[in-house]
Design a protein around this ligand. Structure first.
Ligand code: FES
Ligand code: FE
Length: 451
C-alpha cells in the first residue's frame, strides 16, 4: 500500500479519519490521484447542441472547455493558453469556431484546440515555433452515456462502460427513460464552506438524515397538497431494502408491487408528476423492459467521485473541489426533452424549491455539511474517528437486482463503499492498481448505453 495518507478508512469497524475533510496535503493528493484519473462528468450533449458551441466546465480544479466541432464531434480541452497560461475562454458558454487568447492573441480551434494562429509567427518567432505541438491540452478520453458527457485525463483509464459498471442499471431509470433524451439547464453556481466529500457522502446515499434534517420541508410539502406529514421516525419501522453497487454510491429499491408511475418521483407530491409518469410509462417499459419499468426505482445517488444524481428534484450536481474547506456547487436541471413546456417548468420550479441556491432541502443539508467539516477540523476533533458502522455486516450480494442489498434503507454500506473507493484511488500508483467493478447486469428493452 504505497500512499501518503495511510489508512484513513477502517471498513472492518466502520470508522473514518476526519482529517480527510480538512487536511491540505490529503486534498492535494486527491486532486492528483482522484481527479486526474477518474472519469468525471463534464456536462451534457444538450449544453452544446450546435456546431461550434462551447461550454466551460471543470475537472476538479482544472478549467475545461467542452466543444462541439463543425462536424458534430465533442472535444474537451484544458482552458489554458500554452503561451503564458492565460484562460483562453472567459464566457460560460457560447458559439465560436476559434478561441483567441486575450493576452497576445494565440488562437485555437474548437476541434480539439489546434493552435491555428500566432501573431508574429514569422517575424518575432522566425517561423521556429513548434505550432503543431502547442495546441490546447486535450483530455485523454471523452465518452458519452445517454447524452451525459464524461472525460478523464488518464490515458490508462478503463472504458466509460466499465467505469459506470452496474450503476447504469439504476441510472437508466432517470437518464435513459425517454426516446428523445434529455435537456440539461443551468448551472446555478454557489460556494459552500465544506469539503467536497461531505455532499458526495450525503447523496450516496444518506437516508438516515432525511427524517430529522428535512422535517420542516416534509411538513410544508405535505401541507401544500392537503396531507398530513408522515410521523417522525415512521420510516425506521419499515425495512425498505436498498441496493447499491460497488464503485459508486448508487441507491436503488426493488418494488414488491407494480407501480403505475415509478419514474417520476418528486419531492412535493404534486399530482401532475404522477399523471406525467402514467403517460410516459409505456415508453419507459419499451426502453427499459417490463421488470425495471415496474419494479425498480432509483434512490439518491452519487457517481464517484463528485457527481450527485437526484431523480426527486430532476437534478445533477457537481461538487467541485476548491480547497479542503471549500466546495463550489454546480446544479443542473435534467429534464425530459419531449416533456411539455408546462411540465418542464414544473420540474424546474419543484427542483429549485428543494435544491436550488435557496432550496429548502439545500439549506437543511448545507448547514450540516459545513458544520461537520468546520467542527471536525480542530486538533482535538481529529483524534476521534467518524462513525460509519450502521448496518455493518448486514449487507449481502444478491441477484434480484445487481449489486448488494441492505435490509434497511438507513444503512452506511453505501458510504463505506464510497470511502473504500476513495482509499483505493489514494493508495494506487496508477490505474493498474485500482480495482474495477465491471458491468454484470443484463438489460432488456431498446435503450442502449448511448441512449
Ligand atoms: Fe495567451 Fe500569451 S498568454 S497568447
Ligand atoms: Fe438532504
Amino acid at each position: 500500500m504505497a500512499t501518503g495518507t495511510g489508512k484513513m478508512v477502517d471498513l472492518e469497524h466502520g470508522l473514518l479519519d476526519r482529517s480527510i475533510f480538512s487536511d491540505q496535503d490529503i486534498y492535494q493528493q486527491e486532486l492528483e490521484k482522484i481527479f486526474t484519473r477518474a472519469w468525471l462528468w463534464i456536462g451534457h450533449e444538450s449544453l452544446v447542441p450546435n456546431p461550434n458551441d462551447f461550454f466551460c466546465t471543470y475537472m476538479g480544479e482544472d478549467p475545461v472547455i467542452l466543444t462541439r466541432d463543425a462536424h458534430g464531434t465533442l472535444h474537451a480541452m484544458l482552458n489554458m493558453c500554452r503561451h503564458r497560461g492565460n484562460r483562453v475562454v472567459r464566457a460560460d458558454d457560447g458559439n465560436a469556431k476559434n478561441f483567441m487568447c486575450t493576452y497576445h492573441g494565440w488562437t485555437y480551434s474548437s476541434d480539439g484546440g489546434k493552435l491555428v494562429s500566432v501573431p508574429g509567427l514569422q517575424e518575432a518567432y522566425y517561423g521556429e515555433l513548434d505550432v503543431e505541438h502547442l495546441g490546447l491540452i486535450e483530455v485523454a478520453h471523452l465518452d458519452v452515456y445517454a447524452g451525459h458527457v464524461f472525460a478523464t485525463w488518464d490515458p490508462e483509464a478503463p472504458s466509460l462502460v466499465d467505469w459506470i459498471g452496474d450503476a447504469r442499471y439504476y441510472l437508466d431509470l432517470f437518464w435513459n427513460r425517454r426516446d428523445s433524451g434529455q435537456q440539461v439547464y443551468g448551472p446555478d453556481k454557489w460556494v459552500l464552506p465544506t469539503n467536497w466529500k461531505m455532499p458526495s457522502d450525503n447523496f450516496g446515499t444518506d437516508n438516515y438524515h432525511t427524517t430529522i434534517s428535512h422535517r420542516a420541508f416534509n411538513i410544508v410539502t405535505a401541507q401544500r397538497v392537503g396531507q398530513r406529514p408522515a410521523p417522525m421516525f415512521q420510516n425506521f419501522g419499515q425495512a425498505n431494502p436498498m441496493y447499491s453497487v460497488r464503485g459508486h454510491g448508487v441507491g436503488g429499491s426493488f418494488r414488491p408491487e407494480r407501480s403505475d408511475a415509478p419514474f417520476v418521483r418528486n419531492n412535493v407530491g404534486d399530482p401532475a408528476f404522477t399523471k406525467y409518469g402514467q403517460e410516459i410509462h409505456p415508453e419507459i417499459e419499451q426502453r427499459l423492459g417490463t421488470f425495471r419499468a415496474n419494479r425498480v426505482t432509483l434512490g439518491t445517488t452519487a457517481v464517484f467521485p463528485n457527481l450527485a444524481v437526484h431523480l426527486g428534484s430532476t437534478m445533477v450536481r457537481l461538487w467541485l473541489p476548491r480547497g479542503p474547506l471549500k466546495t463550489e456547487v454546480w446544479g443542473f436541471q435534467v429534464i425530459d426533452k419531449a416533456a411539455s413546456r408546462e411540465m418542464k417548468d414544473l420540474f424546474r420550479v419543484h427542483g429549485m424549491l428543494a435544491f436550488g441556491v435557496a432550496g429548502m432541502q439545500e439549506a437543511d443539508d448545507a448547514d450540516n455539511w459545513n458544520q461537520c467539516v468546520q467542527a471536525g477540523k480542530s486538533l482535538t476533533a481529529r483524534k476521534y474517528m467518524q462513525i460509519l458502522s450502521m448496518g455493518l455486516g448486514k449487507t449481502e450480494a444478491q441477484d434480484v437486482l445487481p449489486g448488494y442489498r441492505s435490509p434497511h434503507s438507513s444503512n452506511e454500506d453505501r458510504q463505506r463503499g464510497l470511502y473504500q473507493r476513495w482509499q483505493e484511488f489514494m493508495d494506487a500508483e496508477s490505474w493498474a492498481d485500482i480495482p474495477l467493478y465491471p458491468p454484470t447486469a443484463k438489460y432488456e428493452g431498446t435503450a442502449t448505453f448511448r441512449g
